[in-house]
Design a protein around this ligand. Structure first.
Ligand SMILES: NC(=O)c1ccc[n+]([C@@H]2O[C@H](COP(=O)([O-])OP(=O)(O)OC[C@H]3O[C@@H](n4cnc5c(N)ncnc54)[C@H](O)[C@@H]3O)[C@@H](O)[C@H]2O)c1
Length: 253
């Protein structure tokens, strides 16, 4: 296993933190790039202390091109060229589509769709020049099969899946792969916040999600990280443009 330099956006908590832990366990050096610089710094310290690995934190807002470019430059200055990019930063709010407005659509698309595009444009040209790169985008089962109260979010994640396939085609001869990992309902701070804010009984919403999963439990961040680590590995060099659900059997198509 070659140790690589990786960036995980939104790696301060939740699924992103699980991804950071899995990449560090594989021997990679990881930069957590998160809007919440304080939590990113404490997470980096905790993961490094627990694993003995090399983890740093930088503040990055994926909705701001200047912030993305300066954070990537800071990582490359500290750790060297980025070889693995995981676009995980994301946001959602549970709402019936007819109650949403254009400001909400823009926010969702700017974080979940255009956010990944900004980081990819800052990182992938260098990967192509050097002849090696692994891009792993975090989609969602919502982007494959839909999800009630998450129409715009589902659209943004469907967009990520389609975009990743096209990117994979365009960079296929340059040693760069691009794949999507789609979590199902996963127990993270985001899921708890959104279910509480949904105006419905949060425990009932979570129980409903759990019932729908053949394995009858929510995912955890440590369920998602190993799938990302596989796509990030040198051995996955002939695997590109794929969409992998990690959701206890919720989505099998
Ligand atoms: N939790 C789930 O059930 C679930 C299911 C499917 C997909 N996902 C996807 O997994 C990813 C992580 O979700 P999570 O549940 O761990 O969320 P979370 O809210 O717990 O963590 C998201 C992280 O992203 C960071 N972030 C938010 N906006 C950002 C921005 N503009 N720039 C940089 N960082 C930003 C946050 O600070 C936070 O650390 C998201 O892409 C989400 O859509 C989550």
């Amino acid at each position: 296993m070659t140790a690589r330099v990786a960036i995980v956006t939104g790696g301060a908590q939740g699924i992103g933190r699980g991804i950071v832990e899995s990449l560090v366990a594989q021997g990679h050096t990881v930069a957590i790039a998160d809007l919440n610089g304080e939590t990113a710094t404490s997470t980096a310290k905790e993961v490094a202390a627990a694993s003995g690995g090399n983890v740093i934190a930088v503040r990055m807002d994926v909705t701001d091109t200047d912030s993305v470019r300066s954070a990537v430059a800071e990582v490359e200055q500290q750790l060297g060229p980025v070889e693995v990019l995981v676009n995980n930063a994301g946001w959602d709010d549970f709402m019936p589509f007819v109650k949403t407005n254009e400001e909400f659509w823009d926010k969702i698309l700017d974080i979940n769709f255009k956010g990944a595009l900004r980081v990819i444009q800052a990182v992938v040209p260098g990967m192509m020049e050097r002849g090696f790169g692994r891009v792993v985008n975090i989609g969602s089962d919502a982007g494959r099969v839909g999800s009630s109260l998450e129409a715009v979010y589902s659209g943004s994640k469907g967009g990520i899946i389609a975009f990743t396939k096209t990117l994979a085609r365009e960079v296929a001869t340059k040693g760069v792969t691009a794949n999507t990992v789609c979590p199902g309902p996963t127990d993270t701070p985001a899921l708890r916040n959104f279910t509480q804010a949904s105006g419905q009984d949060a425990d009932k919403v979570i129980a409903g999600m759990t019932r729908a999963v053949p394995m009858k439990r929510l995912g955890t961040p440590s369920d998602i990280g190993p799938a990302v680590a596989f796509f990030a590995s040198d051995g996955a060099g002939f695997v590109t443009g794929q969409t992998l659900s990690v959701s206890g059997g919720l989505t099998m198509a």
